[in-house]
Design a protein around this ligand. Structure first.
Ligand code: P6P
Length: 334
C-alpha cells in the first residue's frame, strides 16, 4: 500500500485498502468508519466521566448480572445508533444485551453482522484506568432479511475484520481486516484518527506476563508450573504487569511483547472472558501481528461458538510464551 507523505487519516487508509479489492462495494469501509465515529463519541464521554455526573451505577444490570455503569449503557447505545441505519448489517450482538439486536424494520439490511463489547473494563472507569471497546465483523450466513443467532455462531477464522479502541492517555483505534494490523491515534483538535502505528507486529517473545495471581489457589497445576517457568527463565527477567482491563493489558503486550492469561480455574472452568466479543477479536489481531491465542490446547479462532455470551480461557500474546504454555497444558512439558 502506497502511503502518501504526511498525515493519513483512517478514512483515507480504509479507502486505499478498499481500492485493493476491485469487487469491494464500500459496505465494509462504512461499517468501520461508523464504529470509529461511535468511538469518538464514547471517547469524549469517557474523558469527562469524572466531571459530568455519569459515574456510578446505572439502575440496570447486564446479562451477567453485573451492575451496569452508566457509561456502559451509553457506549452500547452509541455503537447501536452508529450502525443500525447503515443498511450494511443485518444484526448486531453486544455484551450488554441478552439476545441478537435486530435492525429496525425502517432500515435496509446488509450482508454483515457486528458483535461488540461496547466498554470493556468499565469497573475501572471510576479509578481512571484505561478501558476499551472491542468489535468484530462477520459476513452473514443467513440468506436475507433480518440476521439471526446463526450469523454469530461462526468460528473466529471467519472474521472479516476485528479491532479495539483503547481510551487511555490517548484514544487509539486498532484494527485488522486480515491484511496486517494498523493503529490510529485520535487527534481531538481535528476529531480524526490519524495513522500512528503502521503494520503493527508483536515481538516473537516478550518479557511481560499478565495474570491475576490472586487466583493462584484456584489454578490447575500446569498453570502454576508455567508461571514458575516464566519467573525462572535465565535469558530474560520477566516482569508481571496486570491492569485488570483487558484492552489495556492486551495493547501493552501487543506493543512490547509478552503474554496475557485468563485461564479457567476450579471455580470458573471456562474462565471469565467471552469468546465472541473479547477473545476472538483480539485473537484475530494478535495472529495478524505475528502472535498467537489459545484456550490452552486449541487456537481461539478455531472454536465454533454455540452461545452469544459463552466464556473461554484465553492465553494470548507473543508466540514463544503462548506456545510454552501450550506445552505445559498439553503435557509436553511436565
Ligand atoms: P479479574 C474487566 O472486568 C474484565 O472483563 C477484563 O477487562 C479484564 O481483563 C478482566 O475482567 C479482569 O478480571 O477477575 O482479574 O478482575
Amino acid at each position: 500500500m502506497s502511503l502518501r507523505r504526511g498525515v493519513t487519516n483512517l478514512s483515507r487508509f480504509l479507502l486505499e485498502e478498499q481500492r485493493l479489492f476491485p469487487e469491494a462495494t464500500g459496505d465494509f469501509t462504512l461499517i468501520l468508519e461508523q464504529i470509529a465515529f461511535a468511538a469518538k463519541i464514547i471517547s469524549r464521554e469517557v474523558n469527562k466521566a469524572g466531571i459530568v455526573n455519569i459515574l456510578g451505577k446505572a439502575d440496570s444490570s447486564n446479562v451477567h448480572g453485573e451492575e451496569q455503569q452508566k457509561l456502559d449503557v451509553y457506549a452500547n447505545e452509541k455503537m447501536i445508533q452508529a450502525l443500525d441505519h447503515t443498511g450494511k448489517i443485518c444484526a448486531m450482538a453486544s455484551e450488554e444485551v441478552d439476545d441478537v439486536i435486530d435492525i429496525p424494520s425502517k432500515y435496509p439490511k446488509g450482508k454483515y453482522v457486528v458483535v461488540f463489547d461496547p466498554l470493556d473494563g468499565s469497573s475501572n472507569i471510576d479509578v481512571n484506568i484505561s478501558i476499551g471497546t472491542i468489535f468484530a465483523v462477520y459476513k452473514r450466513i443467513s440468506p436475507e432479511g433480518s440476521g439471526c443467532k446463526k450469523d454469530f455462531m461462526q468460528p473466529g477464522r471467519n472474521l472479516v475484520a476485528s479491532g479495539y479502541v483503547i481510551y487511555g492517555s490517548s484514544t487509539m483505534f486498532v484494527y485488522t481486516t486480515g491484511r496486517g494490523v494498523n493503529g490510529f491515534t485520535l487527534d481531538p483538535s481535528v476529531g480524526e484518527f490519524l495513522l500512528s502505528h503502521y503494520n503493527m507486529k508483536t515481538p516473537n517473545e516478550g518479557g511481560i506476563y499478565s495474570i491475576n495471581e490472586a487466583n493462584y489457589h484456584k489454578w490447575d497445576e500446569r498453570i502454576k508450573k508455567f508461571v514458575e517457568h516464566i519467573k525462572n527463565i535465565k535469558e530474560r527477567q520477566y516482569t508481571s504487569r496486570y491492569i485488570g482491563s483487558l484492552v489495556a493489558d492486551f495493547h501493552r503486550n501487543l506493543l512490547k511483547g509478552g503474554v496475557f492469561l485468563y485461564p479457567g480455574d476450579t471455580k470458573n472452568p471456562r474462565g471469565k472472558l467471552r469468546l465472541l466479543y473479547e477473545a476472538n477479536p483480539l485473537a484475530f489481531i494478535i495472529e495478524q501481528a505475528g502472535g498467537k491465542a489459545i484456550d490452552g490446547e486449541n487456537n481461539i479462532l478455531d472454536i465454533v461458538p454455540d452461545n452469544l455470551h459463552q466464556k473461554t480461557p484465553l492465553i494470548i500474546g507473543s508466540k514463544f510464551e503462548v506456545e510454552l504454555f501450550q506445552k505445559y497444558w498439553t503435557g509436553e512439558l511436565k
